[in-house]
Design a protein around this ligand. Structure first.
Ligand code: B3K
Ligand code: ZN
Length: 887
């Protein structure tokens, strides 16, 4: 191991920086293997610092130091400074006045397969600095509360690097000898170094512009490799939509005159919000109707929006330290969720978000890496860009909006921006602004920031016919999480509606109150609390946690009949869908028990009746309709069981799918036919909805082993003019017995071999295949010439898709899936620690499986722990997974 005992960083140890950087001038002489960096820092002692040190500690990793000069004329020698693996300590720097330090160093972008700092992707040089990548470029005060004015000069070969980009405005450019040229960029806004970016390469550019609410014209530029320029149009439109939305909904106007986005093929995550120069994974920029699915289109708009929204929530107001990450991420995810909801369907977007939260974040919250949305300790901060910080963080912001109302929330956000523009602040500062603007006390609410784990909300109801009252007793508990045994009660907003037995709404009126409404937000603050509604002549059916008003698990015993009733009558679109999910889950769990006890499976007629009602209703929103027809995923079913039985879950769920397909085949055929069109370039709600319905019907029907349906799938595959239809049909062909499987996979590869993102889909489709030979196929694909361990998108589409999206085969009882993943993580650990650590996710949940699998999964974690060169990233996740309580 590189570092036998990686250090844990604690929130409680935070102190202000000893020095501040007033400005920095960077000069890059670009070269694939030997880039030289000259950094001229103007520093001052921080008046707020309590420390008495006279040394300046700069952070730097993997740098070759060439020169250090003080105040432009004193060349420092090793007597004046001290170098370690990750610091450069300058002794006795001036304390009374500002001083200038010039540091020269060199770096090797080509050797940088970790894709953090300056690296090479398909001949293009680009950077990724968040969280702590800037220190891999030059020695610096690499922490978000050091905000500086950056001037950046890039110099490089004119043919290799005709385009030279950095943050801010282009100030000057010129020619040099030896076919080289230079450009100087200046960013007028102070920013932490994690928002620094540079890009250099042979890039094509799509240009447009946007006129802001105050009438300023902003130039918009999307850069990509020339071959991909025809796939940038949707991203551009998305950017304009996002700019307008942020003006309308949050009153936020863009500040620079230029907004640039660069699409890069090698990228550790989705995208990065560098000031004025976003760097994006190609996956979230490039789309053409024939190459990208409807989901891709939606996600591109969402991520473009997310990074754009960071300009205010993250850049103008940034984080004091990395423990505050959710301050910018939770809020920005909430903003992008609302943006997508406004642009598509609010009901569908909410369901998709909750589905992901409950399937994946709840699992994280129940596992060895559980942490509050504001963690209090970490070894490697990159491990904390989690579903908890992002998605649960967004739920916490959403609860604030629920509690304060849209207007109160906007007052709070206005105050937050007004107070903290240009500052690096904390989650508490955000809540303070919400409190002050609304004149309320959010003291108890703050516990959401410090407590980990998913609360359990138990609901008891008692109807009193004589008094015509209904009493709901709500109780909350939260299971212990690593390092946090005891939990205090949270403030939980519980939105409730009441429904009469004829399906009409019963008005909600709490005792002692005169106002009544269709639904009501109950504020649960105690461990247990009773709420009594009055004026109820008959016992209503309770619709609880409408809109999923808090990230909790609800325990409320309901009969299948009651769930079927809610599926027919709940006016809350989320709860209506939720009733169907619970109904299906209960039925599938019953079948799982049948399988475990060797009983034959039989489908409960209630499921058939409920499905029939959904099928025969006229749904104005076809995408919502398609969600009502979708059964809970195997992963979400697994999440709800105390011990995961992968095979039984798969078999039981497949049994339900097949039974429904058999029973409703004529309706499903008709639905398929009425919604099937060979359309291209239609992305309105109607066209997207029709594709969703059609493809879900084809999915059911493909289970029937019917020659005619197999023909439909083949035709749809061959004639598709859009990727949603083509990949939808291919998935049905590959996941069911079909004579043309091999031929279709081969022709798809042939057709799309020059489109990397489509080939990612080809890998992922096979990696998640349910057919018996899936594992052998995965092994074969690892040897495919198009597979590449140094490209994170490829790794995610094969290794990630198999380990996280194919529970049936990954959890094969003989442990072959685990051993395979162990091998890949060990290989990836040396190439790209961040990606390696993400791939570990599939092993962290070992405690959820049967004893035999637990032993096999832990054996791989232990093997990974013995890796000589184990990175901090992998060490932290593997060690905490093996020893959750002690770390
Ligand atoms: N802020 C970046 C994520 C950086 C991840 C560093 N490991 C993207 C985003 O959330 O917008
Ligand atoms: Zn973000």
């Amino acid at each position: 191991m590189r570092d036998a005992n990686p250090k844990t960083i604690y929130l409680k140890d935070y102190t202000v920086p000893d020095y501040l950087i007033d400005s920095v001038a960077l000069n890059f002489s670009l070269d694939e293997e030997n880039t030289s960096v000259i950094s001229r820092l103007t520093l001052i002692r921080n008046p707020a610092s309590q420390s008495t040190t006279t040394a300046l500690v700069l952070l730097g990793e993997k740098l070759t130091l060439l020169r250090v000069v003080l105040n432009d004329d004193i060349e420092l020698t090793e007597q004046h400074y001290q170098q370690s693996e990750d610091t450069l300590i300058i002794h006795n720097v001036p304390q009374q006045h500002s001083f200038v330090l010039t540091i020269e160093n060199s770096i090797n972008p080509k050797a940088n397969t970790a894709l953090e700092g300056l690296y090479l992707s398909n001949g293009m040089l680009c950077t990724q600095c968040e969280a702590e990548g800037f220190r891999k470029i030059t020695y610096f005060l690499d922490r978000p509360d050091v905000m500086t004015r950056f001037t950046t000069t890039l110099e490089g070969d004119k043919d290799r690097y005709p385009v030279l980009l950095s943050n801010g405005n282009k100030m000057a450019h010129g020619e040099l000898a030896n076919n080289r040229h230079w450009v100087t960029w200046e960013d007028p806004f102070r920013k932490p170094c994690y928002l620094f970016a540079l890009v250099a390469g042979q890039l094509a550019c799509l240009e447009d512009n946007f006129t802001t609410c105050s009438g300023r014209q902003i130039s918009l530029q999307i850069f990509a490799e020339p071959y991909d320029l025809d796939k940038c149009g949707h991203a551009m439109q998305s950017l304009k939509n996002a700019m307008l939305w942020d003006e309308q909904v949050y009153g936020r106007e863009y500040d620079l005159d230029l907004y640039m986005i660069v699409a890069v093929s090698h990228f550790n995550m989705g995208a990065m919000e560098n000031k004025g120069l976003n760097v994006f994974n190609t996956k979230f920029v490039l789309a053409r109707p024939d190459t990208a699915t409807d989901f891709d289109y939606e996600h591109i708009e969402g991520v473009i929006g997310h990074e754009y929204f960071h300009n205010w929530t993250g850049n103008r107001v940034t984080c004091r330290d990395w423990f505050q990450l959710s301050l910018k991420e939770g809020f920005t995810v909430f903003r992008d969720q609302e943006f997508t909801g406004d642009k598509t369907s609010k009901a569908v977007k909410r369901i998709e978000d909750v589905n992901m939260l409950r399937t994946r974040q709840f699992a994280e919250d129940a596992g060895p890496m559980a942490h509050p949305i504001r963690p209090d300790a970490y070894i490697e901060i990159n491990n904390f860009y989690t579903l908890t910080v992002y998605e649960k963080g967004a739920e916490v912001v959403r609860m604030l909006r629920t509690l304060l109302g849209a207007e109160g929330f906007r007052k709070g956000s206005d105050l937050y921006f007004e107070r903290h523009d240009g500052q690096a602040v904390t989650c508490d500062d955000f809540v303070d602004a919400m409190e002050t603007a609304n004149g309320i006390d959010l003291g108890q609410f703050r516990r959401w920031y410090s407590q980990a784990g998913t609360p359990i909300l138990t609901v008891h109801q008692a109807y009193n016919a004589a008094a015509q009252t209904l009493t709901l007793t709500l109780a909350q508990t939260c299971p212990p999480t690593p390092g946090q045994r005891l939990k205090a009660p949270l403030l939980i907003p519980v939105t409730v509606g009441l429904i009469n037995t004829d399906g009409t709404a019963a008005l909600c009126r709490l005792t002692g109150q005169t106002e009544s409404s269709q639904d009501i937000i109950l504020q649960l603050t105690e461990a247990q609390q009773a709420f009594t509604f009055e004026g109820l002549a008959q016992q209503p059916v309770v619709s609880i946690l409408r809109g999923f008003s808090a990230p909790v698990k609800v325990v409320l015993e309901r009969s299948l009949d009651e769930l079927a009733f809610l599926l027919s009558h709940d006016s809350d679109t989320f709860n209506r869908w939720e009733a169907g999910q619970q109904l299906a889950s209960q039925i599938i769990f019953g079948l799982v028990a049948d399988l475990q006890n060797n009983r034959t499976m039989q489908l409960n007629p209630i499921m058939i009746q409920a499905f029939e009602k959904v099928l025969h209703h006229q749904w104005p929103d076809l995408s919502y309709f398609s969600l009502l027809l979708s059964l809970p995923s195997e992963s979400y079913l697994a999440e709800q069981l105390p011990v995961v039985d992968v095979e039984a879950i798969h078999t039981a769920r497949e049994f339900v799918v097949r039974s429904l397909a058999e029973h409703f085949q004529s309706v499903l055929r008709k639905l398929y036919q009425t919604n099937h069109r060979d359309e291209s370039g239609q992305f309105d709600a109607g066209a997207i909805g029709r594709r969703r319905i059609k493809n879900i019907c084809l999915g059911y029907l493909s289970r029937l082993n019917d020659g005619e349906i197999q023909q439909w799938a083949l035709q749809q595959f061959n004639n598709a003019k859009n990727m949603t239809d083509q990949i939808g049909a291919l998935s049905d062909i590959v996941n069911n017995p079909h004579a043309d499987q091999q031929q279709c996979l081969a022709s798809f590869y042939q057709q799309w071999q020059s489109e990397a993102l489509v080939i990612d889909k080809w890998f992922a489709l096979q990696a998640t295949c349910k057919m018996p030979d899936a594992f052998a196929i995965v092994l074969k694909l690892m040897q495919h010439p198009a597979f590449d361990l140094t490209n994170p998108n490829r790794v995610r589409s094969l290794i990630g898709a198999f380990s996280q999206g194919n529970p049936l085969h990954f959890h094969a009882a003989n442990g072959q899936g685990y051993e395979f993943l162990g091998n890949q993580i060990i290989a990836l650990n040396d190439i790209n620690p961040q990606v390696a650590s993400r791939m570990l996710g599939a092993l962290t949940s070992w405690a959820r499986y049967d004893k035999k699998r637990q032993v096999l999964m832990k054996a791989q974690l232990e093997r990974i722990m013995t890796t000589d060169t184990i990175s901090k990233d992998v060490f932290e996740v593997a060690s905490k997974s093996l020893n959750p309580v002690n770390t």
